[in-house]
Design a protein around this ligand. Sequence first.
Ligand SMILES: NC(=O)c1ccc[n+]([C@@H]2O[C@H](COP(=O)([O-])OP(=O)(O)OC[C@H]3O[C@@H](n4cnc5c(N)ncnc54)[C@H](OP(=O)(O)O)[C@@H]3O)[C@@H](O)[C@H]2O)c1
Length: 326
Amino acid sequence: MPLRQVVTGQGDAHCSSSRALTDSAEKFMKILVTGSSGFIGARLCQAWSNRGAEVVGTYGSSPSLVPSGVARVALDVKDPVAVTTAVGQCRPDVVIHCAAFASLQGCEDDHQEAEACNRDGSRHVASAAKQVGAAMIYLSTDLVFDGSRGWYVDAETPQPACRYGATKYEGEKAVLAECPEACILRLSWVYGTSANEHRCSAECMIDTLGRGRRVTLFTDEFRTPVLVDDVVGIVEAVALARVAGTFHVSGPRRISRYEFGLLCTKAFALSEESIVPASGSTTASLRPKDCSLVFSSRLRQLPCECRDPAEGLSYMASSRRRAKQD
Ligand SMILES: NC(=O)c1ccc[n+]([C@@H]2O[C@H](COP(=O)([O-])OP(=O)(O)OC[C@H]3O[C@@H](n4cnc5c(N)ncnc54)[C@H](OP(=O)(O)O)[C@@H]3O)[C@@H](O)[C@H]2O)c1
């Protein structure tokens, strides 16, 4: 499948052709990643840097978590002037907006900060990207849905049940208002190996189990987990193809947190008995019950894949073993 294939998304989505790339230009691309000190942002920076692209990574408060080889820039996305200045000075070909106030409880406790960062910050980033003619990619979330039904498709209208999901959805709308040709990727729960200490919840769980401790996981909270390496591949593919629209990025299996935990014990040779099943419905959980996403049929046309969690976890375990041997 050619990398430069053009794919259009739902509604009025279209492909930006103003700064179309050639095969050889890929190496000379300039990428700006907001939230490059975070779990996904750091992995994206590493991947683009390894491809030979020039990468500028912005961070909020943790410069040391931005991967080496990446030009670091301090940037609070809530500050519109700072965002315009940073993007204007960098003049990237592609902006990948990962920065977010991503704590569910934090967003409930400080709604104003959540709106300022996730909605207004996203608007500032999209507006700045538009001004320099850069392609805009925004990472959104499965939590824009209320989780009452599951298996949501790209075209479904979000109905967020938590403030994090609501402000991320507001962010989607703000991005599209500024930049109608933006690409919005709604990610399912992402797991995998982090590039820094900003570890994902699956890694934390695996480490806890590895220390011989027990972990309690919900049997009635469902997601379609996706490996971070597959997210990285999809972001690369949409950036190169200049895909526009709103798309769901998810693994192929709808699975409870508990079942995911059991798969982790298999992949990492840990004790199954350490996983304690529990029902989320008995707790005052903020987490929607079933936010499973159907992987976008339009993204299937690109050269990218999302692995089953059993395969993804086994890949994660073998990469970890290799890293320890090196
Ligand atoms: N991880 C998942 O399972 C998942 C699932 C669905 C969607 N997503 C979305 O994917 C994106 C990346 O997620 P992640 O897991 O990598 O998040 P993360 O690890 O929590 O990282 C968040 C990043 O945002 C930065 N940040 C926070 N507030 C900021 C501000 N006001 N200005 C500038 N930067 C700020 C942080 O910088 P410092 O740490 O330097 O302060 C950090 O680099 C987010 O948009 C999230 O909504 C993630």
